[in-house]
Design a binder for this molecule. Structure first.
Ligand SMILES: Cc1ncc(C[n+]2csc(CCOP(=O)(O)OP(=O)(O)O)c2C)c(N)n1
Length: 293
């Protein structure tokens, strides 16, 4: 069973305090350092496992860093606290990015990441809520996270709780029709306790999203389903935080985060093959050098 890591927990609490109280440049620098550390760990984790989805991990890591360092009301010491916010990584193939962020928040020791996808490890290729503290729902089959998030938001409302639900989706994932049923239900019920974040890196497995099944005008689609929409640079931490802090309008919110698949490693950026290619020893070394020169 994975247990809280006290050292990481202390570090995470200090980061949260700093992000809350510091001036914007200091806040931005702290978030940048946290995200870069996570990128480095993701590369090492995937290299050790010999499997993973590095491109999508690197595109989503700034979003995850912002959520855990500044937005989500969670407590790694009480992972099941009833009024915690619920976070769902619907693009569950990017489990390495989620596990790294959870480990860096103190939910469990980062050393466990070296077992990613190994036989009997709790850190499976797709997240399992029964094995990993902090994981709220099992994901991997695309198109399920938002419907579950809608249910969780309705449940929160029925319970009279102030908790919020956040769901991170892939843009390729939006081609699953279940997302649009969920979006329609959330709009119909004015679920103002629900935030969807689209990791808009414009690539999916094997192709560009727009070549496979056009998503644009994406913001207009969400608006037409009754959502409040903002669009930001998904690698700009302060812009992400501003989007999450926007005053509500009594409707569900969608943040379209424009990102780059493979962000931070020049030879992986916006390259379709890095969806699930594993870096060689030399490539991993070059990537780590770019991330921490
Ligand atoms: C229902 C379903 N169909 C197919 C897959 C295989 N698959 C895994 S990742 C992926 C592409 C997802 O693209 P996107 O949502 O844009 O993720 P990202 O590019 O951010 O990694 C596919 C088709 C799956 N996991 N679930």
């Amino acid at each position: 069973m994975l247990q809280v890591d006290r050292e990481e927990l202390g570090r995470w609490r200090a980061l949260r305090r700093l992000v809350e109280t510091a001036d914007p440049p200091t806040r931005a620098a702290a978030l940048r350092a946290a995200a870069d550390r996570s990128r480095t760990v993701v590369i090492r984790t995937i290299r050790t496992a010999g499997m993973g989805h590095v491109g999508g991990d690197l595109s989503v890591i700034d979003i995850l860093t912002c959520l855990y360092a500044a937005v989500l009301r969670v407590d790694p010491e009480r992972a099941g606290w009833p009024d915690r916010d619920r976070f769902i990584l619907s693009k569950g193939h990017c489990a390495a990015a989620l596990y790294t962020t959870l480990a860096h928040s103190g939910f469990f020791p980062p050393a466990a990441l070296s077992t990613f996808m190994a036989p009997l490890s709790p850190l499976n290729g797709h997240p399992d809520r029964n094995k990993v503290p902090g994981v709220e729902t099992n994901t991997g089959p695309l198109g399920h996270g938002l419907p579950v998030g809608v249910g969780a938001a309705i449940a929160g409302r029925l319970a009279g709780s102030s908790r919020r639900v956040y769901v991170v989706l892939g843009d390729g994932e939006l081609q699953e029709g279940s997302n649009w049923e969920a979006a329609m239900a959330a709009g119909h019920r004015d679920l103002d306790n629900l935030t969807a974040v689209v990791d808009r890196n414009r690539l999916q497995q094997g192709a560009r999203t727009e070549a496979t099944n056009r998503l644009e005008p994406l913001a207009g689609k969400w608006r037409s389903f009754g959502w409040q929409v903002s669009e930001v640079d998904g690698h700009d931490h302060l812009a992400l935080l501003a989007a999450f802090a926007e005053p509500g309008a009594g409707r569900p919110r969608c943040v379209i985060a424009n990102t780059v698949k493979g962000k931070g490693v020049s030879f992986m950026e916006d390259r379709v093959e890095w969806h699930h290619k594993v870096p060689s020893a030399e490539q991993a070394e070059a990537a780590l050098l770019e991330l921490a020169p």
